[in-house]
Every structure is written in C-alpha cells, then in structure tokens.
Design a protein around this ligand. Structure first.
Ligand code: ADP
Length: 479
C-alpha cells in the first residue's frame, strides 16, 4: 500500500484506490502485514489494537500484535507476527513466501471473525491473498463470519502461488480437502495446490487491471496453466484500468514542481530544470539532449533485452538514458551489470539497481521519454506516470499499454488521441526503430514535442475515474 509499502503497481493501486473510496464516502479498511520496511512516518494515530492475538499454526498457538492506524483517512490494521515472517528486509522474494502469506491470510480471517462485523466487500489482491476466498467460503462462512462478496484483483497472473496440502494443514485445516479438480488442485501438478486458482473459483468478481489484459489472459497462448479455469469463470471477469494519484504539481520529491496549467514556455523551462537537476545528481553530461528513462522491476516480463536495445540506440543517437531497476532476477542483473561496466565511462547513461521512490519521481519529472517494451503488461503504471510528468511513452502494444498509448503515426487512431510511440511485435529491431523515431521527433519537431507533453499531461487517468468503476462493480455485486 503506497506510500507505506510498495514493490510495484499493486502497492500503488491499494494506496490510490482506498484513498479515493474514502473520498467517495465508502468506509474502507486495509489489512497489511507489519512489514519491517513499512514507512511508518506516513501513518497517523498508530496504536496497539490487540496484543497476544493468537493464531493456531504448525500445531501451536502463535502470538500476534495487531496495530491500528490511519493513512489518508483509510483505517489500517497491521499484523505483527511473533514468528518473524514479516520482519525481513523485503516485502516478498523469499522461499517461505507461501508460508508467510498463508499465515497472513488466516490471521486476516481470524481478525475479521473476532470483530464480528458484516462486511459488504472483501477485496483481495493476487495469489498472496487469494486463498482467503476458499477459506472463507469453505470454512469461515460456516463459522459465523459474514462477508457478502469477495473481489479478486489480478495484477499479474504469472505468479500463482503453489503449495502442498500440508501447508494448509499447518494452518489447522484439512489440506487434502482442497486437492480436487474443482477446488485448488493445480491443473498440471496433481499433488500441488494453486492458490490463485482458489481465488478465481471462489471469488465473486475477478478484476484484471486493464480491459486488454482481461482479454489476453483468456487466450491459451498467454495462460496455459489456468486456461480452463479462466474460461469457466469468464462471466466473473471484468477488466478495470488502474488510476494514478501522482502529480508533478504537488510532488514532495520535486524541487521544480510543474503543472499542465502553465504556459508552454514555463512548462518547458521547468521540465528542463528538472532534467538539469537530475543530470547533476547522476553525474550525466549537462547537455540539452533528449533523455529516455526506464523504471521498473528488472524481470523477464519487462523485456530487458529490448530495454537494453533502446538504451544502446539512445546512446548512438545523441540521447541520454537512465535506468532505475529493481533487480530480482540474477541472470538479468548479471547482464545489466556487464552493460553498466562496459559503459562506465559514458556520461550519457546511468544504470542503477535499487528501489528508490524519490529518485523515481525525479527521473519521471526530468525525462522526455519513458520506455516500456514489455512482453506482457497487465496495466502498467509507468506509461501513465510518464503522461502526467511529461515523459512521452515508447511502448510495446500489450495489455494496459495497448489500452493507453497510441502511436503518433498510427492512421487508424484519431489524430487527437495519438499520444506516444508504440510497436507491435516483441523484437529488437522494432524497439530500435521506434526509439529512433521518438528521438527524431524530439530533435526535428521540438516545439511539437513539448506541445504533446502538455497535451498528455491533461489526460485523465485519475483514481476518481477508476474508483467509480470499482464502486459500480461492487454495487452491482451487492444488488
Ligand atoms: P509492476 O506492477 O509490474 O511492477 P507497474 O508499471 O504496474 O509495474 O508499476 C510499477 C510501479 O513501481 C511504478 O510506480 C514505478 O514507479 C515503481 N517502481 C518500479 N521500479 C522501481 C524502482 N526501482 N524504484 C522506485 N520505484 C519503482
């Protein structure tokens, strides 16, 4: 839940959506693990809600402390387990992730049962919390807990969460009971449970995070493992595009704030000041050149080979490139380390492997382009942030990228809707061509470039819009 806990887009969504729901007078509560790296300074009124909250796991009663706080008027419960499942440096990325999140899910259900309230909508996200749906319907509903409807958001279907019946047994439930075709049994692994499958079957509404992604996941070539399950539950699927709640007008990380309402001259001036500021900070040449950025988890999905190609193309074509990547994948990290080393004397490029929220904001404000050449992309937030911060997106047409970015030269699209650079096939020569096209636009039509920047900043990808779609969906479920 951004800004207190975030790896990628899921964090932005939980933060942005709940903030907007509260504005629309919906009573909203978030339950999170008390991650070690939680940015507690953002929270208001943090206090202990319940000490020694006991959960039966692995044949023993385990103690938890539950905290209560507020963030943007949203009520938040934080679960601190005494087994140190969540007192680790990262939010996820451990061998024990399944055990950690199963424990969290059971604690959530126990907490809700303890509170003895009727809940209209329980909204769960990805595999990490998907098991809440089957556990509720098979166990807790019969045990007095009242949840009217469960909504499952799919931020990324590639991660499904596998475990053995024994892992469910560790929570004190009959694990083998769930090992059936119509329940959680994985379609390809007969002795394995698939937690996301459980979420798909037992939830009342499935929300992939863009309309195109909602269609893409139904195609066998994109999702082989859960193809049949998705097909059988097709009626429950409804894509809703994410919003963003970033703004360069109020961004606390920016020294030179700017807005869509400024005159073009002032806007250009402030964009350039942001670029100069970043160039100084990252030891780049202080030159008036186009700057391309790439910000994201450095994983296969994000098209690292294409990012690399775009970077090299930029350097060959009088441009600068900044890459800020959270390196999860060792192999990819190694390739980029090699590249970084080869380019260590090049003052037009900066490659950084870390998660740095402040720097991400400053890069978006400084950049002229943001490249997102993903293999698949459920929604994608960086192209939306790009629009808002004056960085024109260069993307591959897939998922949410295809729903939001329209090529300047695409004759099939109305002229006033064209807003960036897009290519279809996942290959290096296309990303090279498209990067060159984008850079030529900057060099040959610089005034038009900034006019497009200003126009894009006015596009509405607000949470106001997306949250009202969610509310409509919640309401129709309750009808
Ligand atoms: P995904 O959810 O697949 O990671 P999205 O494009 O939906 O991708 O969301 C990415 C979000 O995470 C954006 O807000 C982006 O700015 C942020 N982000 C990604 N990598 C980093 C990083 N290394 N440092 C700071 N923020 C990052």
């Amino acid at each position: 839940m951004a800004p207190i806990a975030k790896v990628g887009g899921l964090g932005d969504v939980v933060g942005g959506l709940t903030k907007e729901l509260v504005k629309k007078k919906i009573e909203t509560t978030v339950i999170l693990p008390k991650y070690q790296n939680l940015k507690i300074d953002f929270l208001k009124d943090l206090k202990i809600y319940k000490k020694k909250f006991q959960i039966f796991e692995k044949q023993r009663w385990q103690k938890n402390t539950i905290y209560l706080a507020r963030l943007n008027k949203v009520q938040i419960y934080l679960i601190e387990d005494h087994k140190n499942y969540f007192s680790k440096p990262k939010i996820y990325g451990y061998k024990a992730d399944v055990t950690r999140f199963l424990y969290f899910c059971k604690t959530v259900l126990e907490l809700l049962k303890f509170q003895n309230k009727t809940i209209d909508i329980l909204h769960i996200h990805d595999w990490h919390t998907a098991v809440i749906a089957p556990l509720y319907k098979e166990i807790y509903a019969k045990d007095g807990l009242k949840i009217k409807k469960i909504v499952l958001s799919i931020h990324n279907l590639k991660y499904q969460g596998y475990c053995k019946p024994k892992d469910i047994k560790n929570l004190g439930f009959n694990g083998r009971y769930f090992l059936k075709d119509e329940k959680l049994k994985d379609p390809k692994r007969p002795r394995t449970l698939n937690l996301l499958k459980g979420g798909l079957i037992y939830s009342d509404l499935i929300v992939p995070v863009s309309e195109t992604y909602a269609k893409e996941i139904l195609l066998l070539q994109n999702e082989k493992n859960l193809h049949d399950v998705l097909k059988e539950n097709k009626k429950k699927i409804k894509g809703i595009l994410n919003g963003i709640d970033w703004s360069p007008k109020t961004d606390r990380f920016l020294r030179y704030k700017f807005s869509k309402d400024l005159s073009l001259k002032k806007l250009i001036n402030l964009k350039k000041k942001n670029k100069r500021h970043l160039q100084k900070h990252l030891n780049l040449d202080l030159a008036d050149k186009p700057l391309i950025c790439s910000i994201g988890r450095l994983v296969y999905q994000k098209g690292p080979s294409l990012i690399k190609k775009s970077l090299i193309t930029a350097l060959k074509n009088k441009a600068q490139f900044v890459l800020l990547g959270d390196a999860f994948d060792k192999k990819i990290k190694k390739q980029f380390y090699k590249l970084k080393n080869e380019l260590k004397n090049n003052s037009n490029v900066c490659i950084l492997f870390k998660h740095d929220e402040m720097l991400a904001h400053q890069i978006f404000a400084a950049a002229d382009f943001v490249i997102v050449p993903s293999l698949f992309e459920p929604c994608g937030l960086t192209q939306l942030i790009g629009f808002k911060y004056g960085a024109i997106p260069i993307v591959r047409k897939t998922g949410g990228l295809a729903d939001t970015v329209f090529d300047l030269d695409d004759k099939k699209i109305k002229k006033n809707q064209r807003n960036g650079f897009a290519f279809e096939k996942f290959n290096e020569s296309l990303v090279e061509k498209t990067t060159k096209r984008a850079l030529s636009f900057w060099y040959d039509n610089n005034q038009k470039f900034y006019q497009l920047v200003k126009k894009n900043m006015k596009l509405n990808f607000s949470w106001q819009l997306s949250a009202s779609k969610y509310i409509k969906a919640y309401k129709s479920l309750l009808r």
